[in-house]
Design a binder for this molecule. Sequence first.
Ligand code: BGC
Length: 755
Amino acid sequence: MEKILEQLLEQLTIEDKAALLSQIVWETTELPINELKNFLLADGPSGIRRLKEYFDEDIYNTLPTTCYPSASAYASSWNRRLLRQLGNHLGLEAKSMGVDVLLGPGVNLKRSPLGGRNFEYYSEDPYLTGELATEYILGLQEAGTGACLKHFAANNQETRRMTINAVIDEVTLCELYLRAFEKPVKVGKPWMVMAAYNQVNGEYCAENEFLLSDILRKGWEYKGVVVTDCFAAHDLSKGILRGLNLQMPGETGQRLAERIHELLQAGEITENDLDNAISKTILLSEKIQAEKKQVDFDRERHHRFAEQVAEESIVLLKNDNSVLPLCQEECIAVIGEMAAAPRFQGGGSSHVNPWKLENALEAMKGYGHIIGYAAGYHEDSTDEALLKEAESLAGKADKAVLFLGLPEIYESEGYDRTDLAIPAAHIELLERVYLANREIIVVLSNGAPVEMPWIDKVKGVLEAYLPGEAGGPAISKILYGQVNPSGHLAETFPIVLADTPAYLNFPGGMKEVCYSEGELIGYRYYDKAGKKVRFPFGHGLSYTTFAYSGFQLEQKSGDIYVKVSVQNAGQMAGYEVVQVYAGTARERYRKPVKVLAGFDKVWMEPGDTRELTLELDKKAFQSYHPETHSWENSCGIYTISVGRSVEEILWTQDVETGLEFPGPKSQGWQIDAHTCLGDMICHSDVLEILREEFASHPKSLQFLELAQMDNPLQTSMGGLMSFQNLKRTDDTLKDGDIRRIIEKINQYCHVCTCA
Ligand code: BGC
């Protein structure tokens, strides 16, 4: 391949090479040399957004396609296998439409529930995001369609998204925001990665040295094509040098060629740099040509699969007195415009033209006794006639199923929400229905959390998210117990906006947004602050009950496993999502109490028992060190918990991880004369060395003992001292001694940090 590539590069002029650096929406440049074909890109990630006319200005004029639930919905499935199949279905559809690369998945974390594109993203947790997105990518690419993982990185808001500078400390960036991309890149191996619009710590993502060069190319050894988001290229030479391959869309033709000539003449880039940049696109284009084939798929089957995805994604949030499932004989009033005109997808580049849109109202008629339908509102307004009609209908029913949520204009790419409320008209409708009927079930259609000040007035809440074109039947089956709900929240539902961790710093100012909450986003914050939430991360009810037993921890060659038996102790078959969290009390300051470290989703018939072994994520026992710029094992005691949500913990056990520190030869964090005792003694072996060494330096020994006391004042008096400080009070501790002790410790091993 290299030889062929070399020969090809020799045939290309600078003009040809320049052309290969830029994509004209939606395709790459085709060159007549050696049949260097172009390839086609299309937006996703929940359907194939293939424009009818490829250069149509109207971005909503697209070919009909299956509209699957949006990512915030399918992430709530917590089902890796489902995500693999979803990728596969999308891959086939893309191929059948001539699309070679799908611009998705999007794995940006939900820093604030206000984020305008949160519906397109998975979770507030990087592990859950990474696990699910990896499967999606694998499934897509198995079908011969490339994934374009986006938006790399820290693109967590729409406000000023094309210019804002996200200021994030390195640890937070790596442990949280980049971690969501890491497994998808390393294991999923997407054909493309999309550099985000924004700046991170002062450099645009499309030319960011840390992101593109240090992390993506060197750290994760990414070999695919890096493309910019639409119009997100800035400094072309920096981009080329740091790992960018393609501008979308970029300058074209003569103008770009002239720029490249200028850059070459000024010595800003060499022709070799240029060749490196375009080689990746050439290789991808050849791979795509080799895999081109005509495929067909069964539309109805894909539509039914969209329904299956919705069924597994919908979350039963509240079910007082088992108000659900509905019985066939009950007289049901269906109220709310969204029952007949579903809200099923978000706005912006992910928007597709659904192949077959089914609504819940029609589907419900097939399962039960619907006594009538009242719209109750139109989008986000209502009037007395609409309210009166709904109230009167509710008065005649056994139960009222109320469809509420966020109209499409409330959630889209391009802007963030400014509050978490559903429209006042929807709440007004609920109040009126409540006057006539107390058996109310709310079905919510929204892409991200909403406040629920009205929750005490309703018995049941079904979070349908944006469930795609087959959401209607999926909702109906769950309402009527044909399907047992199994979705669990992949994000926290706060009580009010002011409770959210980034409340004071979202969306930031004119130029920058400071991620001052650090790693404590989502449940990491609520758990740490002991703040009550409306519904916690991981929450989701079922129509059956599950009994857990036989918890066991096992450590094998550095890996930690949790074993557990789960029994379906109820009457209905269903899925359970088993969640494992891990945390260490030693990480006191800006670290979460616990983080998701493992999960599995299992199907059980009534009475069935499943023995599960969950391998825990290694990263849950590691920390990123800004000194070494790498992940290192943390030492000490970890508490492992198994639960049904981050709050509903069923079992906990402490474990000494026993993880080895990297050997002395690896270039880890080294202590020096300014390292404080508190940080050093986190490792018991280092404590031993200090004890031995200080035996002949009694004053230093006193401080070491203080650092180990239970009393925090004493701990700090000792723990905060460094060799530099000790030397001032302990005359026996000479510079030579200090050098020798430091060397001994650094020789021995890496030292873990305490905070
Ligand atoms: C969005 C991307 C999308 C691209 C092409 C941009 O505005 O941020 O997610 O893939 O447009 O439509």
